[in-house]
Write a protein that binds this ligand. Sequence first.
Ligand code: FO1
Length: 321
Amino acid sequence: MFLALAGGVGGAKLARGLVRVLPPEELLVVVNTGDDFEHLGLHISPDLDTVMYTIAECHNPETGWGQAGETWQFMDALGKLGGETWFQLGDRDLATHVERTRRLGTGEPLSCITADFCERLGIDHAIVPASDQPVRTWVDTDVGKLSFQDYFVREKAKPKVVKVTFDCIDDARPHQKFLDAIESHALQGIIVCPSNPFLSVMPILSVPGVRAALEKRRAPFVAVSPIVGGKALKGPAADILRSFDIPVSPAGVAEVYGDLLDGLVIDSVDADLAPSIQDMGPSVHVADTVMKSLEDSVSLALTARSFAESVVPRNSYSSAQ
Ligand code: FO1
C-alpha cells in the first residue's frame, strides 16, 4: 500500500491520479490542515476540501480550489452587508463549511466528518487529515506575523517570508491511520505530492511523532518536485525558497527534505540537475511532471508508484528489517 502526503492544488492533482491507479485498500491520502482557519464563524479546511473536490471531480478546474459551476449569491449578499469578501466562498462550497462547523461543534472529529463527506461525494479512497487536533500555519513576514490565509489570500503571498511556524502543533497527534500506514509492513512507498514543502508538507511532517515514525520507515519516502524550471507551478514555494537562500530548483527541494528523501521525481526540463541531486543522496527519476489534465495526473501517479517501488530507503533501519 502507498501513503500520499498532499496539500494544495498540486497535491490534489496527483492524488486525483493516484486514486485511479491504486485501489482503495492500497492508498491512504494524508492531507495538510495547516491552512485551516476560522473565518466568518466557520471552520474552513482548504486542503481537505481541495483534495476531496478534485478526487470527486467536482473541483473548479480554473482555480483548483472550490467547486465547479459555483454561484456567488452568498458572497454578493455578504459584500452588500459590509462583510469580509477577500476569501471567496461559493454557495456550494459554503455548505461544506457550514456543515463541517456544525458537526465539529458536536465534538465529531475532523477525520470522521471528512470520511462522511467523501462517502457522500462518491469517493471510495481514504482521505484523512494529518491530525484531528488543530495545526495552524503562521508566516512571519517583513510586514509582521500573518495567519496562513491572511498571508496567502488576503496579502496575495506578497510579503517576504522570514519564518514559517505551526501553532498549537505540540498538542497534535498524527491520525492513527497515518501512523499505522508508516509502520505497516505492507507499505511500499510514501509519495510526497508536488505541494509546497514549507506550507503544505512541513505542517504534516512536524506533527509530533511523524518524523520519528518516518525515521523507521520500511518503504521509501519519494517526492515529486513542485519546482519546475526554476518556478513553482502554483503558489509561493519559489519565493519562500528564495527568501531562505535555498536554490529555486528540485535540488532546493531535496535540501528542504534532507535525509528523509529517498527519491525525487523531477521534470524533464530539470534533467541536467539529476547527477548533482543524486550526489546529495536521493535517487532521481526524470519525467513530465506538469499536470494539466486527468491523463497527466494518472501518468504521473503511475510514474511515482513505479519509481517508489524501485527506490531503496536510505535509512539504516530498513536494511535491518
Ligand atoms: N485561494 C485564493 O487565492 N483566493 C480565495 O478567495 C480562496 C478561497 C478559497 C475558498 C475555499 C477553499 O477551500 C480554498 C480557497 N482558496 C482561495 C485556496 C486556499 O487559500 C488554499 O489554502 C490554497 O489553495 C493553498 O492550499
